[in-house]
Design a protein around this ligand. Structure first.
Ligand code: ADP
Ligand code: MG
Length: 563
């Protein structure tokens, strides 16, 4: 055994496996690999607890590859994973690690694809089956013997499988595999439901626990920003102007929110797509592939749809909606900073979510510093930098190809070179004026919140219940700065009347005859809405809108005075 092949060679693995692992660029086994591989090789049952990104896949895949008998063409190892994406990822990892072991066959089994070919692949000599529990149970119903030769069972991301409701399916699968099997369970967390599974189905398991929280997040720069709930999309758009990202994943809570944000991003010209549980499986896979190879730069996902995604290009994670618990937060931000790279994670926090931020900080043992939305100057600088970067390669060459045309045009137009260049710039920027006043005008107003810790007792209480006009209360305590020359108007129509900001905007644009940029922020609360309008000509505007109806109800817009 040579010294320079280092840790992997010392693990008693088949040299073909070690060679394949080194060929993929791994140098040293990670902590979970170092500890799990000898235990699994020795035939023990095992419970492995480690966070996302610690290398759990190879921790079980390498020893299992070492154990299977390639000459036997029957299922020997079964890996269960919570989602199709994860199952595919694990199957691909097996194939990578088995590159120098001819005769190894891996099959991935999951819902949303025809069952016939999957079952045939299992019967035709796959030694390793990677499956989601639901689909595997479908196969068991067709052929209860299909798992009768399995000797090694791995539950990957066991906590996620339980969260997704696979408990009953797992029981069926346990029963369909010979009791003499070796069972290994990996999980980021060990809630009592997992412990109870382990007690019933594992034999004297060895425990491996990797305290990797700090390790997981150290490579990731974290920050949070305070925003109002209805300002999240403008806030994201603004952040994207200045963040230098390669690929980015934005997390939201609902399927609808994935669609809304993805649409807003696409409208701004970003290569973005939504990823949620409603999107057909093959389409989801295409989205992930596109993110991997750069056809997409932004994916807007729910937690479940993005579970375990491993796309090394991801440099940024935007937590647009709060995660449900600190574990999900760690999971989410683990999508960036993969394999020791740097990553950046931003968290948008609405006033009522501050407490969750504190919980996250406590659990991860780290402060998530507050950042501010970039101001107009920063946005302007970023835009000019982008323009400069796009022109840089051209100035070296374009004169040779277009210099004569330029001379001809200045002559024909009888204008200065500066005038012509300015006209071309206006065209190149689609008329977007790159000056501070313009950027200030088109950017959403940034909310100003009291610094942390200055929350009032009343603020605490209104965090709990969401009762109609209470929102107004909050608004008054944390007033939004109004732009020069604008006033706030109020209508008694709100979300409970089925009103969205775009309905109000549409009505005022159509019937008030205003230009889009004359209208400022629109805040839709449950029982009322606030709209920022120009003070100049307000009386005339309000009388024009006197009979305007929105969603079948009278708008009755009034000037709103906050004190
Ligand atoms: P987990 O399942 O714990 O979330 P993965 O098994 O998906 O982690 O591995 C995370 C990333 O780290 C993958 O990109 C994988 O290729 C890489 N990786 C795993 N083990 C090593 C290692 N020993 N050296 C370098 N990179 C590794
Ligand atoms: Mg994993």
């Amino acid at each position: 055994m040579t010294q320079e092949t280092g840790g992997f060679a010392a693990l008693d693995l088949n040299p073909n496996i070690v060679a394949a692992v080194l060929a993929t660029g791994y140098e040293e086994p990670s902590a979970i690999q170092q500890q799990s591989i000898p235990i699994i090789l020795a035939g023990h049952d095992m419970i492995g607890q480690a966070q996302t990104g610690t290398g759990k896949t190879a921790a079980f895949a390498l020893p299992i590859l070492n154990k299977i008998d390639v000459s036997k063409r029957e299922p020997q190892a079964l890996i269960l994973a919570p989602t199709r994406e994860l199952a595919l990822q694990v199957a691909t990892a097996f194939e990578t690690y088995a590159k120098q072991m001819p005769g190894v066959n891996v099959v991935a089994v999951y819902g949303g694809a025809p069952m016939g070919p999957q079952l045939r692949a299992i019967r035709n000599g796959a030694q390793i089956v990677v499956a989601t529990p639901g689909r595997l149970c479908d196969h068991l119903r067709r052929d209860e013997k299909v798992l009768s030769t399995v000797q090694y069972l791995v539950l990957d991301e066991a906590d996620e499988m339980l969260k997704l409701g696979f408990m009953d399916d797992l029981e069926v699968i346990f029963d369909a595999i010979p009791a003499s099997r070796q069972t290994v369970l990996f999980s980021a967390t060990l809630p009592s439901s997992i412990r109870s599974i382990a007690e019933r189905h594992l034999r004297e398991p060895k425990h491996v626990k990797i305290q990797s929280k700090t390790q997981t997040v150290t490579a990731i720069e974290q920050a949070h920003l305070m925003v109002h709930a209805d300002q999240k999309i403008p806030a994201v758009l603004r952040l994207l102007e200045v963040e230098e990202f390669d690929a980015l994943i934005a997390f939201v809570r609902t399927k609808q929110a994935t669609l809304d944000l993805a649409a807003a991003l696409e409208a701004k010209g970003y290569k973005a797509a939504a990823l949620n549980g409603d999107i057909a499986q093959n389409q989801r896979e295409r989205v992930i592939d596109s993110l991997k190879d750069g056809r997409l730069d932004i994916v807007v996902a729910t937690d479940v749809a993005a579970r375990g995604l491993d796309v090394p290009r991801i440099t940024h994670v935007f937590n647009v909606d709060m995660p449900y618990d600190p574990e999900s937060y760690v999971h989410r931000i683990g999508r960036t900073g993969r394999a020791g790279r740097d990553g950046r994670a931003l968290l948008l926090v609405t006033p009522r979510e501050r407490r969750m931020l504190q919980v996250i900080e406590r659990v991860t043992g780290q402060k998530v510093a507050e950042a501010r939305l970039p101001n107009a100057q920063a946005v302007l600088d970023a835009r000019i930098k982008k323009l400069t970067n796009s022109l840089a390669p051209l100035v070296a060459e374009a004169e040779a190809t277009h210099g004569e045309l330029f001379d001809r045009l200045t002559a024909d137009l009888g204008c200065s070179a500066r005038a012509l260049a300015s006209a071309l710039l206006r065209k190149a920027t689609n008329g977007q004026a790159l000056d501070l006043a313009t950027v200030e005008r088109e950017q959403p107003l940034v909310p100003s919140f009291a610094p942390r810790g200055e929350r009032t007792e009343r603020g605490e209480r209104s965090d709990r219940g969401d009762r109609g006009d209470r929102g107004g209360d909050r608004e008054r305590r944390a007033p939004m700065p109004l732009a020069e020359g604008r006033v706030r108007c109020r209508t008694a129509l709100g979300a409970r009347d089925g009103i969205a900001a775009k309905n109000l905007l549409g009505a005022i644009l159509n019937e008030g005859g205003l230009a889009r940029d004359a209208i400022g922020r629109i805040q839709v609360r449950d029982s009322f809405s606030l709209i920022e309008l120009p003070e100049d000509g307000l009386e005339k505007l309000l009388s024009k809108l006197k009979d305007t109806r929105v969603a079948g109800k009278q708008l009755k817009l009034r000037r709103y005075r906050e004190d």
